[in-house]
Write a protein that binds this ligand. Structure first.
Ligand code: KE4
Length: 428
């Protein structure tokens, strides 16, 4: 069947024809590609078209699709049993591996999605502090738990409004939404509400604004204010975790800010290697507030699923191999530098940035530092470029506010082919 006929059929039985909205191409228009299989850096659609894949399932596929060691681990785990609803040694192994790589955490709890991890971490922060208010930043996405589907209120001091129907205003009245990278708003929020803030949740590199870094001075001050007021700093590393480097984004900030560490961290995507697996962790005194030890309830039928943990563990072992991230970062940097060179050649304003295997580019003169600046970039130009590249066999994220991802399977030839297509597509 063609993508078009599959999309028509899908829309009859699935809302919007997709199981996650961004897949429907509504931001860029056109018909989504129904993928039949993938190998290495390539995905293949229902019409047999091959694409160089820069989505990688929105981050998880850091090794590329079908890595032999991961495939073998998953097949072996599946043959031993899909799910037991009982503890397994492999959950211990994965927890030990994650804690080895994230020194800010002493314990970790495995769950099945980034949303579930962020939602649980938020409840834990509120339970551990006995406080109700949370602070998030406009443009950051932490999954679709009710208290996180919030946009900025009418003014700083007022709390958020729901961004989604079905979220009672009462649920979000404890959520304060500030502008990303805005220290003045941070100071004011803590001056007004410091004693009531349970936690501040942030994407350290905001991949849900395509690619916007939290400035080092901003993060340093955020850490100071959280410590001063007894609020927990929650790093949402679902996208950046083990993607921007082996030490995740918190490792980058720890290099720039001596002694820096978040209080709670959330992971997903890469740690599942493409299977439903996410995690949240903190120091022991916080984690021990969780059931069955403490009063904060959290649970999950498939949490720590034996097949998902096998996939995640095999993935984490591969990315620790010597030189993995150096090679990945070089490959990603060559892509971004090549795109910027092609845009200069075509006299098209483009700004771009990358870290490890994550990148972003904007049709703008400079890198946006917050949500409103991202949304002011040239959307029409982005959408034209997206489709021109898709037609040339290159699959970027179908929305200007989404990040891009390079895998270890992307070759120099893939990057060269992408840049050749871009030189062409920029003329469209
Ligand atoms: P999931 O529930 O989708 O596993 O994770 C939610 C989440 C939490 N935190 C961050 C920083 C995230 O980026 C995400 C999910 N990312 C999106 C991409 N923008 C997933 C793609 C989708 O929604 O289909």
């Amino acid at each position: 069947m063609s993508n078009e006929s599959l999309f028509e059929r899908a829309q009859r039985v699935i809302p919007g024809g997709v199981n996650s909205p961004v897949r429907a191409f509504r931001a860029v228009g056109g018909t989504p590609r129904f993928i039949t299989r993938a190998e290495g850096a390539t995905i293949i659609d229902a019409e047999g078209r091959r694409y160089i894949d820069y989505i990688g399932s929105w981050g998880p596929m850091i090794l590329g699709h079908g890595h032999p060691a991961v495939l073998e681990a998953v097949q072996r785990a599946a043959s031993e049993g899909f799910s037991f609803g009982a503890p397994t040694e492999r959950e211990i192994e994965l927890a030990e591996e994650i804690l080895k790589l994230v020194p800010s955490m002493e314990q970790v709890r495995l769950v099945s999605s980034g949303t579930e991890a962020a939602m649980s971490a938020l409840r834990l922060a509120r339970g551990a502090t006995g406080r109700q208010k949370i602070v998030k930043f406009e443009g950051c996405y932490h999954g679709h738990a009710d208290s996180l589907l919030v946009k900025a209120g009418s003014g700083l001091a007022t709390f958020g409004n729901p961004t989604s129907a079905g979220v009672p205003p009462d649920v979000v009245r404890h959520t304060l939404v500030l502008e990303y990278n805005n220290p003045a708003q941070l100071e004011e929020a803590f001056a007004l509400h410091g004693a009531d803030i349970a936690c501040v949740v942030i994407e350290p590199i905001a991949g849900n604004m395509n690619f916007v870094r939290a400035g080092v001075p901003f993060v340093r001050r955020l850490r100071e204010l959280c410590t001063q007021h007894g609020a927990l700093l929650l790093f949402d590393e679902v996208m950046t975790g083990f993607r921007v480097g082996l030490e995740s984004a918190q490792g980058l900030y720890a290099k720039a800010i001596p002694g820096f560490a978040p209080d709670i961290s959330v992971f997903g995507k890469v740690i599942g290697g493409g299977m439903p697996l996410a995690a949240f962790g903190a120091r022991r005194s916080v984690m021990e507030q969780l059931a069955p030890l403490g009063p904060v309830y959290q649970a999950g039928t498939l949490s720590g699923n034996p097949v998902a943990t096998a996939c995640g563990l095999a993935t984490l072992r591969e990315i620790q191999k010597p030189g993995f991230f150096d090679a990945l970062a070089r490959r990603t940097r060559s892509l971004v530098d090549g795109l910027l060179a092609a845009a200069r050649e075509a006299q098209v304003p483009m700004a771009g940035d990358c870290e490890g295997g994550m990148f972003g580019f904007f049709f703008a003169d400079s890198l946006p530092q917050n949500y409103s600046a991202v949304m002011a970039t040239d959307k029409e130009r982005f959408n034209r470029f997206f489709h021109a590249m898709l037609e040339r066999g290159v699959y970027f994220a179908p929305a200007l506010y989404e990040a891009g991802f390079v895998s270890a399977a992307h070759t120099e030839a893939d990057i060269a082919a992408t840049l050749a297509a871009a030189r062409d597509a920029l003329k469209v």
